[in-house]
Design a protein around this ligand. Structure first.
Ligand code: T1G
Length: 706
């Protein structure tokens, strides 16, 4: 087994190198290796100081997250890194932590147990544990406030965002930034502090006293707002507060208690599922890492509307020159104006410099013709959702785009193969489905047509990462993964209205369940006219005699398109704040009575079950049809594209936590009440229940070779 930790000596400085690729996680054997090397260095009389550094691209990315499942299942003992960290802190010779890449979680905790920290210019430090549904568990909530002060430690532990090198030095977390040859600089620094009595972070209490209670109250308020439904940020605040009330060791005990409370929670399991899921979706069976995608250097976008404009911003944000084409000057001006406005808002918030905004705007080239398209490596069509229009555009692109260019469509529902049939290069046609607002939403659904080549898939997936998106591969069917599943979700939300639930009850129930917004609020945000156009396009596909929602088309006929018209399912004031609309409630009652639908009291639980299990049942069919590769692909799609709470893990993971037998029983109940056409359980769901398996087992089976 490769050596996880190496010890070397450069004259009077010992260098301990952690070499546990890919991110030097504190996997079993790493803390032990560091401790052994440290003891050796301390015992070596030639050594006056010690440097700890990571091999490869980073310092330490934290504890080994893969081990957490084994701790929760009892296979491994609970995390006890404290004694190991005390060994470092109590070293009689100064230990200098040389941090390049990331010192995250346990990585920063190791660093803070050292006596000095030097950083490479691009290094980052942070306690991202809350993003895994846990809190720092190795003294981070006790040592960080001693270095950075309580308010900053609260922010870093409760939000989990990293801090850049310059800020880390300014905050007192680190001592110096080393330019140039990093190891040589760290050794020189160690040599300079050798002989000085090492200062122990745990004894530096000067920044702890005098923090008003209001600081903690404000942090809790913010955590409740920003991380709704998540326990971990509040636990992190409790732990940092404990540092101001208890001595170091008692504080560590309180931290450990809170840490284990979080670790053994469903939230943490869900968030860890999402962490690895986000990485798993990038792996496409059959497309080996050998397929080397060519790099996209130039792009072009058809359409400067809401989607086209947002898509173009993604390319400019990634430093890729992009042409934006419209049919009329007025539409082009409006589109570019919205882009400029979006950037200006970000600059005003201090999240982007004016120089960066100017740079990005300079990468955008507005056009009314196809001039310049022959240089584009990828062309993205973001025109109106109409098949005839898209085919006309693709036929034109086939003529103007260079031979090796990728032709991508942002369609959210239409048949990729039919669009590709308008070209002579269907192997180069792919769906790149962005989500509105395209410059904000993290999900990119990459849709594979039957002719799309593996290289084009690999390029589109890699491009997703480059544009700061999480790319998920979907097969070609109506609505792909996300929109295919959301149709029954919206259907049930509307049926529940007809059966007696109010718009507010439906929205609030799903909001409390953890969705970013209720289904009818999402409909009003996206615009009811979008769905109306799709329903008209799909009318011929409807199965006769199957129940369909009765109210939404009537709202559209009245021009109620949602926020954009100030009224939809709800009414909206000039600040787009929603309020209930008695006219809609009356319309719903009238329509359902006319249809002879029985109206009754409906519980929040039934609202949640009908909507979420409609997702799960269709999700199982999406897996059966191979439209999604794995259940986790569906979870990632829903978390990054549809506002499904990450702490629920996504619809398929959630179903596993409820227990598939219980989910199936509830679906069969709905089938009995509402009929087979709407609620026949997916065969895969029945099969997994029969085998006593879960969707997670389904994915494992998928991963298993052969
Ligand atoms: N443990 C195990 N595997 C990890 C890992 C970790 N901490 N971090 C990354 N990996 C795997 C990852 O799954 C992927 O595997 C590969 O490494 C490359 O990662 C005690 C309790 C460091 C910024 O939350 O944020 O410490 O897919 O694709 O884009 O208080 O990884 O190749 O098989 O993300 O260059 C806290 C998590 C842990 C940091 C690098 N630490 N990692 O990003 O590569 S809890 C974190 C990251 C803890 C203590 C507590 C990122 C990165 P595979 P990658 P990247």
């Amino acid at each position: 087994m490769a050596e996880l930790v190496r010890l070397a000596r450069q004259d009077d400085v010992a260098v301990i190198t952690i070499d546990n690729p890919p991110v030097n996680a504190l996997s079993p054997g790493v803390p032990e290796g560091i401790e052994a090397a440290l003891k050796q260095a301390v015992a070596d009389t030639r050594v006056r100081a010690i440097v700890l550094i990571g091999a490869g691209s980073t310092f330490i990315a934290g504890a080994d997250i893969r081990e957490f499942g084994k701790i929760v299942s009892g296979e491994r003992p609970r995390l006890t890194l404290l004694p190991f960290l005390l060994t470092i802190e109590d070293s009689p010779k100064p230990v200098v932590m040389a941090i390049h890449g990331q010192a995250f979680g346990g990585g920063l905790e190791v660093a803070m147990a050292g006596h000095y920290r030097v950083l490479a210019p691009k290094a980052q430090v942070g306690q991202p544990e809350v993003k895994l549904g846990i809190i720092p568990g190795a003294g981070g909530t006790q040592r960080l406030p001693r270095l950075a002060g309580v308010p900053k430690a609260l922010e870093m532990c409760a939000a989990g965002d990293p801090v850049k090198a310059q800020d880390a030095v300014a905050l007192g977390i680190a001592d110096k930034i080393v330019e140039g040859d990093f190891l040589a600089g760290a050794i020189a620094f160690a040599r300079a502090v050798a002989g000085k009595p090492p200062s122990k972070t745990r004894e530096r209490d000067e920044k702890l006293p005098g923090v008003p209670a209001a600081v903690f109250a404000a942090a809790r308020e913010q955590a409740r707002k920003q991380a709704r439904g998540l326990r971990a940020p509040l636990a992190a605040i409790d732990a940092v507060e404990a540092a101001t009330k208890l001595d170091f060791f008692a504080g560590c005990e309180e931290e450990a208690r809170l840490f284990n409370q979080c670790l053994f929670s469903t939230e943490a399991r869900a968030m860890i599922h999402v962490f690895f899921g986000e990485r798993a979706v990038a792996k496409i069976p059959g497309i080996s890492k050998e397929v080397k995608p060519f790099e996209i250097r130039r792009a072009a976008v058809i359409g400067a509307g809401t989607m086209g404009g947002g898509i173009a911003m993604n390319y400019a944000n990634a430093g890729i020159p992009v042409i934006v084409k419209e049919t009329k000057q007025e539409a082009l001006d409006r589109g570019l104006g919205i882009i400029r406005g979006n950037y200006a808002k970000t600059v005003a918030k201090g999240k982007l410099s004016q120089a960066a905004m100017d740079q990005r705007m300079a990468l955008l080239t507005p056009r009314l013709t196809y001039d310049g398209f022959e240089q584009a490596d990828i062309v993205v069509e973001a025109a109106f959702e109409n098949m005839a229009l898209k085919k006309r555009i693709f036929a034109e692109l086939d003529k103007v785009a260079k031979p090796g260019a990728i032709l991508a469509t942002n369609t959210s529902t239409l048949d990729i193969d039919e669009i590709a049939s308008a070209t002579s290069r269907p192997t180069m046609v792919v769906g790149t489905h962005f989500f509105s607002p395209a410059n904000v939403m993290k999900l990119l659904e990459v849709v594979r047509g039957k002719a799309t080549s593996p290289a084009v898939i690999a390029i589109a997936m890699a491009l997703g990462k480059r544009l700061g998106k999480v790319a998920v591969l979907a097969g070609n069917c109506h609505g792909f993964i996300g929109n295919r599943m959301v149709a029954p979700y919206f259907r049930e939300a509307q049926f529940l209205l007809e059966e007696g639930a109010s718009v507010e009850a439906v929205n609030q129930s799903l909001y409390e369940f953890g969705m970013a917004m209720g289904p009818l609020a999402v409909d009003d945000l996206a615009g009811l006219d979008i769905g109306w156009a799709i329903r008209k396009e799909r009318a011929t596909h409807l199965k006769p005699g199957v129940r369909v929602p009765l109210v939404v088309d009537k709202l559209c006929e009245q021009g109620r398109f949602g926020q954009k018209t100030g009224r939809g399912w709800s009414k909206y004031d000039e600040n787009r704040r929603a309020s209930s609309d008695p006219e809609v409630a009356a319309l719903i009652e009238r329509v359902s009575r006319a249809a002879g639908i029985e109206r009754r009291e409906i519980s929040n639980q039934e609202i949640v079950d009908r909507c979420v299990y409609a997702l799960v049942n269709e999700g199982a069919r999406v897996l059966e049809d191979g439209i999604a590769l794995r259940a986790v692909d569906i979870d990632i799609t829903y978390i990054y594209g549809y506002g499904f709470a990450a702490w629920r893990g996504g619809p398929m993971f959630y179903a596993d936590t409820v227990g598939l037998p219980k989910v199936l029983a509830r679906i069969e109940e709905f089938e009995k009440k509402h009929g087979k056409d709407l609620w026949a359980p997916a065969p895969l769901l029945k099969q997994l229940v029969a085998e006593g398996k879960t969707f997670k087992d389904f994915d494992k089976r998928k991963e298993a070779p052969g």
